[in-house]
Design a protein around this ligand. Structure first.
Ligand code: C2E
Ligand code: MG
Ligand code: MG
Ligand code: MG
Length: 292
């Protein structure tokens, strides 16, 4: 009877459902081995000064080069890695690779490049975070103020007292802290003042709508002004058009990243961007990029 029920139950699974379950199982297995099999790839997206048009740093963005499925976006596996407890070793690999590469670029003559790395919630609350970052900095020789850690509002608002303790330990090392996707979370302004942070990154959803939605524009202006009042730097994410760029410059935003300047690229391509950079010219509040 039980067997029969089991059978009947089994019949409710359609072939696609079974495939999906298998998919998930095999993705989990694959993810478990991805680090050992060297399947993770890092891309770099330039961050550009709006005052000079020059590349001042880059955000590190993780991809998974799956042997069968091809390049997989981080939004599709970071959550799973977090659930499976794999995000700490994966994240450690990202930080180490980013620091090694940045130090190499410093030695190659690009001496002022900053590197920004995303942290996941589990990484952030992991006991050994500050120590492991201190170890990586010591091992790679990267000066701490060139490393910026990106956190989200929910990560720090979740447990404010704990977050402040962690942030202080990180600041003690000399690394910089930025708040990613700012404006989409629920951070309270009074707490913001208490966090030892350095940078606000305006979420791309506001930047997208800058020139079509007056409310989005108002929010962007407010974030820039808030950041500057708190003596924080402000970076706009997801800049795709010259109009967005002009708006951000006109309102005193410090830096930007986005497809308008460059998509995330691999290390070789990023180095080409650095080499080709002959300084953007600024004309009529418009930045022109590329060789002239
Ligand atoms: P994020 O940190 O907010 O990164 C910005 C995302 O916007 C990236 O997507 C980037 O490729 C994309 N982007 C940049 N410029 C533009 C633009 O002009 N237009 C549009 N439409 N998109 C743009 P990506 O690489 O898919 O990463 C998605 C998210 O995955 C990241 O959001 C970050 O939260 C997370 N992530 C990426 N790498 C890591 C990592 O190493 N560790 C952790 N924990 N999370 C990561
Ligand atoms: Mg980020
Ligand atoms: Mg973001
Ligand atoms: Mg994001």
């Amino acid at each position: 009877r039980a067997k029969e029920m089991g059978r009947n139950t089994f019949q409710f699974y359609t072939p696609t459902m079974i495939e999906r379950t298998l998919d998930r199982l095999s993705i989990e297995t694959d993810l478990r081995y991805a680090l050992d099999r060297d399947e993770f790839v890092i891309q770099y997206q330039p961050q550009v000064s709006l005052a000079t048009g020059r590349i001042v740093g880059m955000e590190v963005l993780l991809r998974w080069e799956h042997p069968v499925l091809g390049l997989i976006a981080p939004t599709r596996f970071i959550g799973l890695a977090e659930e499976m407890g794999l995000i700490v070793p994966i994240g450690a690999w990202v930080i180490r690779t980013a620091c090694i590469q940045t130090k190499a670029w410093h030695l190659a003559g690009y001496t002022d490049l900053r590197v920004a790395v995303n942290l996941s919630p589990r990484q952030f609350t992991q006991k050994a975070l500050a120590q492991s970052i201190a170890d990586v900095l010591a091992a790679t020789g990267l000066e701490p103020h060139f490393l910026e850690l990106e956190l989200t509002e929910s990560m720090i608002m979740n447990d404010v007292d704990n977050a402040i303790t962690i942030l202080r330990a990180l600041k003690q090392l000399g690394v910089h802290i930025s708040i990613d996707d700012f404006g989409t979370g629920y951070s309270s302004l009074s707490y913001l003042r208490r966090f030892p942070i350095d940078v606000l990154k305006i979420d791309q959803s506001f930047v997208n709508e800058l020139n079509i939605d007056a409310d989005a524009a108002a929010i962007v202006i407010a974030i820039i002004s808030l950041a500057h009042s708190l003596r924080l730097k402000v970076i706009a994410e997801g800049v795709e058009t010259p109009e967005q760029l002009a708006f951000l410059r006109a309102h005193g935003c410090d830096q930007m990243q986005g497809y308008y300047f460059s998509r995330p690229v691999n290390a070789e391509q990023f180095e080409l961007l650095l080499q080709q950079e002959s300084g953007a010219i600024i004309d009529d509040n418009v930045l022109y990029f590329g060789p002239h």
